[in-house]
Design a protein. Structure first.
Length: 109
């Protein structure tokens, strides 16, 4: 009898742990989109990269940084020039964090 109770307890513990891990994973994926603003430092269409000096990105990067981001579609880079100020959305697609939209702000040249 004690063996069965112990096995049930172990199974229950395993279920609770798996449920907790699942909920934690769901919470981490709850926000797969982040909005930021910054200034274009450079564009590399061949590598689909945008280099930006950006302010804090709420929920993702608390401090301003200079960073290179992959863009999900190379067309997003067309017309961007060094010095342009932009708003952008970082989004996870196919397990890759990259820029999914870019909008020049009025401060751009």
């Amino acid at each position: 009898m004690d063996g069965r109770i112990k096995r049930w307890g172990q199974r229950l513990l395993a279920i609770v742990l798996l449920l907790g891990i699942s909920l934690a994973d769901a919470d981490l994926r709850a926000q797969d989109r982040y909005q930021g603003e910054g200034r274009v430092l450079g564009v590399d269409e061949e590598k689909r990269m945008l280099f930006v000096a950006h302010g804090p990105i709420p929920g993702f990067m608390p401090a301003p940084m200079r960073h290179g981001f992959t863009v999900h579609r190379v067309e997003l880079l067309q017309g961007l020039q060094k010095g342009d100020t932009i708003r952008f959305v970082l989004e996870v697609k196919d397990e890759v964090l990259g820029i999914s939209s870019i909008e020049k702000t009025k401060e751009s040249k």
